[in-house]
Write a protein that binds this ligand. Structure first.
Ligand code: WTA
Length: 634
């Protein structure tokens, strides 16, 4: 079978970038053609100006209209063995129409923002597509985030409606979700409606007039809904992501360019053959990877996907391999942290299973170390399936740097080269491209269709964060190098953003949470190297004077602070370690020297300490870390 991408695709895009993207846009169904491909007034881009389309029609209706209604869109597999459901494109069409009608009945209008706080169930996809269908931008919030994190997102983008569940299943047991929403909404006066999907059947508190059951409101609706086409630049969603400030940024994505980008990359990077492939992206829908490569990209391409509610855990080490064998999965897309976990459990776990259906393996979220790359290729891919290491960000909307199966000779650990029509480069401090064999900062030198259209409600931050470091180029916040062949290798963040298990977590956000605790005076957070999670969160904390030494130095207090962070932000932000110290290492001008704390956390020799005010501080912190390590082992 020939690969979707032929070598000419690079030349074609290089010859005329805009013509290439126009060709990609024509893979979609437009109600009205665009007049102008790109209007670019740095740093604001508009793509396919004048064009009109409906994202939900592109993801659902057109496949049904083409006679593919019986094709499975999702094989949904719930957390436990008990739940399984196949959702065809025709099912999806009926449900999305009903949900869209229900939202309209609840008074939602185009342009209203809707928050979705839901786990990995088909209704989450239905809810997103129903929002898109009526032009109401969605904000999906990861179901593991705290009430406070949910509230700040709802307030920041002014949501009036929240769609959620009564509870969710995780590793075989149920956990409440609606109470978290209730808590969040105690200070969100604009939220008028909460639509609740019944998932666990557990009792939940009910606010009359505000709360409605999904099955009562949605199921009675007509299965027909005439979708209206929206402007190519109509907002599709806002996705919050951590930056270098304490407050997460609302990244805005619009419709036409985004859908063009995610569907084209999904088609080429995964070499998708919709008739025969069974595709599985194992991310959570609530992250950008889920939005682009579980929902919008695959559905726009008419793919059959796996939607799996669970995550790999030690009690169920061969679950993934069972699923792959059973469903004859052909394409698997996951994160290096998961690969390293599966690798730790050993190849014996997968040996009993027939994984020969797999033909493409994808990686995303953090740099993949060559060892994990080789294990993935050898054991999961039977030394046969190519690995595509895909670099991109919430802000880029879709994949930007990647090998293409059938064309590129991939190197273990390298993301290789820009996707056709994308211009990535590596520059030095002055913004000059570095020669082959050198490292620097990753930039994007031309606008691309899936790019963010701004930070919700904060233009200045948009300019400052991405467009001020290097003139005329987008600064990604990542370090990178070009090897002797000019191929690209990603080297991790160069700012205060950590990458823990492929999740972006801001050091500042955690410091903010810690100093919000009544006993904490100061906090400094760093990412330490971790063999499984890539980075791990280590916090150094000084306490307020009212806290007695015995309390501060007890293990229980450190534990309390770890739990405090989990409660304020969510369990994914819980520090691996909290070290209480009488002082933080500071420069003479009073700046915390995080660089030294990183050295300490990694157990390295300290770098340059000449600017350090008091050198005894670092010795003391090292001792504390050693004590804690001993206690843990003992
Ligand atoms: C990192 C996830 C190296 C990078 C899609 C980026 C990667 C951040 C890769 C974005 C990769 C993502 N190799 N690093 N293949 N993919 N990253 O917004 O630091 O959650 O800036 O988007 O993850 O994370 P985000």
């Amino acid at each position: 079978m020939t690969a979707n991408a032929q070598p000419e695709v690079y030349e074609e895009a290089a010859r005329d970038r805009l013509a290439f993207w126009e060709k990609m846009a024509r893979r979609l169904e437009w109600a009205q053609q665009w007049d102008t491909v790109l209007e670019w007034e740095l740093p604001y881009a508009k793509w396919f100006v004048g064009g009109k389309l409906n994202a939900s029609v592109n993801c659902v209706d057109r496949h049904v209209a083409a006679g593919r209604g019986d094709k499975v869109a999702f094989h949904w597999i719930g957390d436990g063995e008990r739940d399984r459901r196949d959702v065809t494109y025709a099912d999806l069409h009926r449900q999305v129409c009903q949900a869209a009608n229900a939202l309209l009945d609840l008074g939602v209008q185009a342009g209203d923002q809707i928050a979705i706080y839901m786990p990995m169930i088909p209704e989450t996809v239905v809810a997103m597509l129903a929002c898109a269908r009526i032009g109401a931008p969605h904000t999906v919030v990861f179901c593991g985030f705290s009430a406070e994190a949910l509230r700040s997102r709802i307030l920041d983008c002014g949501c009036r409606v929240v769609i959620t569940v009564d509870g969710q299943f995780r590793r075989g047991s149920s956990a409440p979700v609606k109470p978290i929403v209730d808590d969040a909404l105690t200070a969100c006066p604009d939220v008028r409606r909460v639509l609740v999907v019944r998932r666990t059947g557990n009792d939940v508190a009910w606010t009359a007039g505000r709360d409605r059951w999904w099955h009562e409101v949605v199921d009675e609706q007509s299965v027909q809904h005439e979708a209206q086409a929206f402007d190519a630049e109509h907002p599709l969603y806002i996705m919050y992501t951590s930056g270098t400030t304490a407050k997460p940024k609302g990244i805005l994505h619009t419709t036409g360019g985004y859908l063009t980008h995610v569907s084209a990359t999904h088609h080429y990077v995964f070499d998708l053959k919709p008739e025969t492939d069974v595709y599985w992206c194992a991310a959570d829908i609530a992250w950008v990877t889920g939005h682009s490569y579980i929902v919008y990209g695959p559905l726009a391409n008419g793919a059959t996907s796996i939607l799996y509610e669970g995550t790999p855990h030690p009690g169920d080490k061969d679950r993934w391999w069972k699923l792959i064998e059973h469903h004859k999965v052909t394409i698997l897309y996951t994160a290096p942290t998961t690969i390293r976990t599966l690798m730790k459990w050993g190849a014996e776990e997968l040996e009993p299973y027939d994984l020969s259906s797999l033909r493409i393996l994808g990686s995303v979220g953090e740099p993949i170390n060559p060892e994990a790359w080789i294990w993935y290729h050898t054991h999961v891919g039977g030394s046969r399936a190519p690995v595509v290491d895909t670099w991109w960000q919430t802000e880029t909307g879709g994949i930007m740097i990647t090998p293409l199966p059938g064309i590129s000779e991939a190197k273990p650990g390298a993301a290789m080269q820009s996707f056709p029509g994308v211009s990535a480069d590596v520059v030095d401090n002055e913004g000059k491209p570095v020669p082959n064999g050198s490292g620097g900062f990753l930039v994007l030198t031309e606008p691309w269709p899936g790019m963010l259209r701004g930070i919700w409600g904060d233009d200045q931050q948009y300019r400052d964060t991405y467009w001020s470091r290097f003139k005329g180029a987008y600064f990604a916040g990542d370090g990178a190098k070009k090897d002797e062949d000019g191929d690209l290798w990603l080297l991790g963040r160069v700012d205060d953003v950590m990458n823990v298990s492929g999740h972006r977590i801001s050091t500042t956000e955690i410091e903010h949470a810690l100093v919000g605790h009544p006993s904490v005076a100061e906090a400094a957070v760093v990412g330490a190297s971790d063999a499984t999670t890539g980075q791990a969160i280590v916090a150094f904390v000084t306490v307020r004077s009212h806290v007695a030494d015995e309390v501060a130095n007890g293990e229980r207090f450190a534990e309390e602070l770890r739990n405090h962070v989990a409660a304020v932000i969510g369990p994914i932000a819980k520090p691996r370690q909290v070290i209480i110290t009488p002082e933080l290492p500071k420069t003479r001008s009073g700046k915390i020297m995080r660089r030294l704390l990183r050295d300490i956390a990694d157990g390295r020799e300290l770098g340059d300490v000449t600017t350090l005010l008091d050198a005894t501080v670092t010795d003391l912190i090292r001792e504390r870390m050693a004590d804690r390590a001993e206690e843990r082992e003992g």
